[in-house]
Design a protein around this ligand. Structure first.
Ligand code: GDP
Ligand code: CA
Length: 319
């Protein structure tokens, strides 16, 4: 079975771990979000690709859900001693090595897809991990500065990590997406897929950014494979993080049903909501998307594998 998953960071990575456990023999291609990428200290950092790679490769800090396990922060402290920031983005010593290798390879002329493949040689994530694009795409967020009262645009990481999404996001713009091309293998994997899954990743700044690369949304919509998504919103709130803030920026309510309708029948054949949102099933089905309510909390690998099996069953039913 060939499965394609459009993944962000933590939600995508944890779901993938359950999917691999549920169908260990499947051929899984992950199309990773690179709109969260940022240049720091002269290094190219790809948080979502790394979260998937570390989670599936056994190197993730499990409690945080991002960054390396058994991490130290000597380099960061030394940079701070020089007065060199930003201090708000946590880069540990082990993690630094990944970004150094990536930046060195990019500097030598390798595209991000080749670099990602090389990094995965070490981590053996058990999936084929492709960046959505080899071209630079950076998500920016328009805000009103709480101090100056002026409208300005910040990098997504500054909004998310430094500001903790405390002010409203007025617009979310994947800068560069319009000119970006899907990375080699992306469109081919979508066209050849037996099933396409949207994990419980952020619908705006993770899955939405991947779909904003011209050709990807069209390929998913045109694919023979059924497309099934899992709601990242449970009981009217994100399970983790501040997805409600960026949903509001695109005029979508933070409910399991509203996210399904936001993707729409053009993309989705099936949608899973949590049992807490069982009353959303009728509304989603009325819109023409097959919907079921099952437990959607990724508390451990077994619970997550059950979610993956439910998604595959729903895909089968909506084929
Ligand atoms: P990020 O790039 O690290 O923000 O990760 P993603 O975009 O892949 O996923 C973030 C989303 O995962 C958030 O909107 C959360 O609501 C969702 N999420 C995290 N844990 C769970 C869970 O256990 N169940 C469900 N249904 N969603 C979750
Ligand atoms: Ca992310």
């Amino acid at each position: 079975m060939r499965i394609v998953v459009l993944a962000g960071g933590i939600g995508g990575a944890r779901f993938l771990r359950g999917l691999l456990s549920a169908v260990p023999d499947a051929e899984i291609t992950v199309i990773g979000n690179t709109g969260d990428d940022i240049h720091l200290f002269g290094l190219k950092v790809c948080p979502d690709l790394d979260t998937v790679m570390y989670t599936l490769g056994g190197g993730i800090n499990e409690d945080q859900g991002w960054g390396r396990t058994d991490e130290s922060f000597t380099v960061k402290e030394e940079l701070a001693a020089y007065g060199v920031g930003p201090t708000w983005f946590g880069l540990g010593d082990r993690d630094f090595a990944t970004h150094i290798v990536r930046t060195q390879m990019l500097g030598a002329g390798y595209p991000l897809s080749a670099v990602t493949e090389a990094l995965c040689d070490r981590w053996q994530p058990g999936v084929r991990l492709l960046p959505m694009s080899d071209d630079r795409v950076e998500t920016h967020v328009a805000i009103t500065d709480p101090e100056s009262g002026e409208r300005r645009v910040v990098h997504f990481q500054e909004y998310w990590v430094r500001m903790r999404a405390a002010v409203d996001a007025e617009a979310v713009v994947p800068v560069g997406a319009e000119q970006a091309k899907p990375a080699p293998g992306v469109l081919e994997a979508i066209a050849a897929a037996d099933v396409i899954l949207f994990p419980p990743s952020n619908p705006v700044v993770s899955v939405g950014t991947i779909l904003a690369v011209p050709g990807i949304r069209e390929a998913v919509a045109a694919a023979d494979a059924p497309v099934v998504g899992l709601s990242p919103i449970v009981g009217g709130a994100p399970v983790r993080g501040m997805a409600d803030k960026v949903l509001a920026a695109v005029g979508v309510e933070a409910t399991a049903a509203a996210v399904a309708l936001h993707y729409g029948t053009g993309l989705l054949d099936g949608w899973l909501v949590d049992t807490a949102d069982a009353d959303a099933v009728a509304e989603v089905e009325a819109a023409g998307i097959t919907c079921r309510a099952v437990p959607l909390m990724m508390t451990d690998t077994e619970a997550t594998a059950a979610m993956a099996r439910a998604a595959l069953e729903l895909a089968e039913a909506s084929r």
